[in-house]
Design a protein around this ligand. Structure first.
Ligand code: GLY
Length: 393
C-alpha cells in the first residue's frame, strides 16, 4: 500500500473520501473550491488549542484564497467540556457568522473536537457540510470515520452524586471529506500515540470478520517501526486501519442493534473500558498514580484484556488470544492490569450504565477466535467478574 492514499467510504450518496498521508491537507482546496462554486461563502473552523498553529493557518489561507470568510472557534478538549454548554456556545458562534446551509464546518482536532463540531454540523440549520481533519492517531483511525457526533450528558445518581453518560446525545452525520494529514502527528505526545495504537489493536481483533484478515499480522510484523513512529509505517498503519473502519461503516452505517456484528463489534473492549474510564483515581502505571485518570485508549486496552479473559470463562476461548493481546499491549507500553479497581459488583453496575447496554442486561463483545468477535447479549455477571479480576493488580 503506497502513501499518500485515499480510502473511500462506500455509503452511496453519503459516501466520501478519506485522504491519508503527509501533506494531505492540500486536498482541502478542490473540495472547498467546489463548495464555493455551489454557493459557499463562509467556513467555520473548530480547532483544538493544542494543534500547532501552522495547520490552522494553512486552512485559513486555503479558504481565503478561494474566497471563503473564515471564523474560528477554539476548544481545549477534555471530556468535561464535551457538554451541552460547549455545543450551545459553538452554535451561538456559528449563527453569529451568518453561516448558511451550504457553508462548511471544518473540524481540526481529536475526537472531542470532531464529535462536537460534527454535531454542530448535523444540527445547525438541520445540517450543513463538515470536513473532518483529525489530529490524533485515535481520531484518525476511529472517530473521524463513520459520522458519529455528539456530546456527554451528566445526570444524578439516586444518592445525588453525578453520573457522566458518555456520548449520550448525538446524531449520525457523515462528513463530506476526511483529511488525515500524518504530519500533524509529529507534535502528538507519546501517551496519545499509544492511546491511538489501542484502537488499531482493537481493529486487528475484529478484522477477520470484515475481510481484512491480514491486519493483525501486518501490525505485529511492523511493530518496531510503528512504535518508533516512522512516518512510512504510520501512514500505512493509518491507511490499513481506516480501510478496516470504512468496511465496518459501509456494512452497518448506523450500528444496527439487531445485527449480529457490524459496527457494534467496534465496541470490543469498550463496555469493560467505559466501566473503568470514568474512575478518576485509576492510573495506567502502577508506580505513578499521578498519571490518573486513564486515557480512552488505556481503558480500551484494559477492557480488551478483560473481555478476552471473560470469554475464556464464558465459552472456553483459547487463552492464546488474550496472551497474544497482552504481549502486544506490553510491547507498545499500554496497560493490561490496573491497581485500585473497585468491587466487581460496582464495576458491573457501571457496565450497565453504558449506553450500549440494553435494558436490564449487559451486552458485551467477546472474541470467539483470533481476529474475530461476536456480540453476546445478557452476559453472565460471573464471567464479567472473571474479566475484571484478570486486570486487577
Ligand atoms: N467508535 C466506534 C464507531 O465509530 O462505531
Amino acid at each position: 500500500m503506497s502513501s499518500p492514499s485515499t480510502v473511500h467510504v462506500q455509503l452511496g450518496d453519503r459516501g466520501y473520501d478519506i485522504a491519508i498521508g503527509p501533506g494531505s491537507l492540500k486536498h482541502l482546496h478542490p473540495t472547498l473550491t467546489s463548495m464555493h462554486q455551489s454557493g459557499a461563502r463562509n467556513a467555520f473552523v473548530v480547532v483544538d488549542s493544542g494543534v500547532p498553529t501552522r495547520f490552522l493557518e494553512a486552512i485559513e489561507r486555503t479558504c481565503e484564497a478561494i474566497g471563503l470568510k473564515v471564523s474560528t472557534a477554539t476548544i481545549t478538549p477534555t471530556e468535561s467540556i464535551k457538554t451541552i454548554e460547549t455545543y450551545q456556545d459553538l452554535l451561538t458562534q456559528i449563527a453569529s457568522t451568518g453561516h448558511s446551509r451550504v457553508d462548511p464546518v471544518i473540524a481540526l482536532g481529536g475526537g472531542i473536537v470532531g464529535d462536537l463540531a460534527g454535531f454542530v454540523a448535523a444540527s445547525y440549520r438541520r445540517g450543513v457540510p463538515i470536513i473532518q481533519c483529525p489530529t490524533t492517531l485515535l481520531s484518525m483511525v476511529d472517530a473521524s470515520v463513520g459520522g458519529k457526533t455528539g456530546f456527554n450528558l451528566q445526570i444524578s445518581n439516586a444518592d445525588g452524586s453525578p453520573k457522566l453518560l458518555k456520548n449520550l446525545v448525538g446524531a449520525f452525520w457523515q462528513p463530506d471529506l476526511v483529511i488525515t494529514d500524518i504530519d500533524v502527528l509529529d507534535s502528538l505526545e507519546a501517551r496519545y500515540r499509544r492511546s491511538g495504537l489501542a484502537e488499531c489493536i482493537k481493529h486487528g481483533c475484529i478484522a477477520h470478520g470484515f475481510n481484512h484478515p491480514e491486519l493483525m499480522d501486518w501490525m505485529i510484523a511492523n511493530l518496531d517501526q510503528i512504535i518508533a513512529f516512522e512516518p512510512q509505517a504510520i501512514s500505512e498503519l493509518v491507511s490499513r486501519n481506516v480501510a478496516l473502519k470504512a468496511s465496518v461503516v459501509a456494512a452497518d452505517e448506523r450500528e444496527d442493534t439487531s445485527m449480529q456484528g457490524g459496527r457494534m463489534l467496534l465496541n470490543f473492549g469498550h463496555t469493560f473500558g467505559h466501566a473503568i474510564e470514568t474512575i478518576a483515581h485509576l492510573s495506567p502505571n502502577k508506580d505513578d498514580p499521578s498519571l490518573a485518570p486513564l486515557h480512552h485508549g488505556e481503558a480500551v486496552a484494559l477492557g480488551m484484556v478483560a473481555a478476552c479473559r471473560a470469554a475464556e470463562s464464558a465459552h472456553n476461548l483459547s487463552p492464546t488470544v488474550g496472551d497474544e493481546l497482552v504481549s502486544l499491549l506490553d510491547r507498545v507500553a499500554l496497560p493490561s492490569r490496573v491497581p485500585g479497581l473497585p468491587s466487581n459488583d460496582d464495576l458491573i453496575e457501571r457496565m450497565g450504565h453504558d449506553k450500549k447496554a440494553t435494558a436490564g442486561s449487559v451486552r458485551v463483545i467477546y472474541p470467539i477466535q483470533r481476529g474475530k468477535c461476536e456480540v453476546f447479549a445478557d452476559a453472565d455477571p460471573s464471567h464479567l467478574a472473571a474479566g475484571f479480576d484478570a486486570i486487577r493488580c
